[in-house]
Design a protein around this ligand. Structure first.
Ligand code: CDP
Length: 247
């Protein structure tokens, strides 16, 4: 999708003032929903996302049970009010696709073999959307899983890299995503840099793809630090509360 809209000025500055390799401001908070086994709230730019985790628990529907391991059932849902034009409520092809790829990415880090026949249920609610919600949802979900105490090999940070006006740009916002030439959401396991989610919309040359991957992986490590920080804050608050009860 080529566009006449100028999204990067001659100094390399983007519409929202960011540099090409700069993330939008990000905030993560773990343990925001006491009724869930684990939860996280995440903002990146204008995106607002809530993730809730239940389980491991009995798998329903039962025919999906696997006798050797747990299955991960993610439901990504975009609220009607999360976008400019009211979104028709309920599941659609896009949300089914996103739910599937997020479930598969999470299964790569959760120690599913410890919980035969069980289901680990992950709910992702998009409260406000401004491009990159699948990445924001996955980033929040892995923090919520850790908050639930589910054994995992690592967290999963995720971000998109794209192309607009011929420039490679990290973490596209809505305008860049709508009018840009390409969008490449990715997610990694930081300890090994193994890629657990990779999609591409639009076109990039092989060289651009390689550079985009490097930009994305570097940014994922930045996001990883914020995820760990959210969990550290969560557990220091929990420890303080426990101490107060004891006193
Ligand atoms: O959100 P993400 O970039 O992962 O997915 P997308 O399918 O590339 O959608 C990009 C953006 O388009 C979303 O984040 C929303 O801001 C917007 N969108 C919308 O306005 N209405 C929809 N029904 C779906 C997406």
């Amino acid at each position: 999708m080529d566009s006449d809209i100028v999204m990067v000025d001659d100094k390399g500055k983007r519409l929202d003032g960011r540099k090409a390799d700069e993330l939008r401001p990000m905030k993560i908070e773990a343990g925001v929903l006491p009724n869930a086994d684990g939860s996280a709230y995440l903002e990146i730019g204008k995106n607002k996302v809530l993730a809730a985790v239940y389980g491991p628990r009995e798998c329903h529907p039962r025919h999906l049970q696997n006798p050797t391991r747990a299955i991960v059932q993610c439901k990504y849902n975009m609220q009607s009010y999360s976008v400019g034009d009211r979104k028709r409520p309920g599941p659609d092809r896009r949300s089914q696709e996103i739910s599937k790829i997020i479930s598969e990415a999470l299964e790569a880090v959760i120690q599913v073999e410890l919980f035969p026949r069980a289901s680990i249920d992950v709910y992702i609610e998009i409260l406000q959307a401004n491009a990159g919600t699948r990445c924001a949802g996955l980033t929040a979900a892995s923090v919520a899983l850790a908050d639930a105490g589910i054994p995992m090999r690592d967290l999963i940070p995720s971000v998109a890299v794209g192309k607009a006006n011929g420039h490679l740009l990290l973490d596209l916002n809505k305008e860049e995503d709508n009018y840009g030439e390409a969008d490449l959401p990715l997610a990694i396991i930081p300890k090994t840099n193994e890629v657990v989610l990779l999609q591409m919309d639009g076109h990039m040359t092989r060289e651009e793809f390689d550079t985009a991957m490097k930009m994305g992986v570097t940014a994922c490590h930045e996001i990883y630090e914020m995820q760990k920080d959210a969990l550290r804050r969560r557990y220091s608050v929990a420890a303080e509360e426990e101490q107060e009860v004891e006193e």
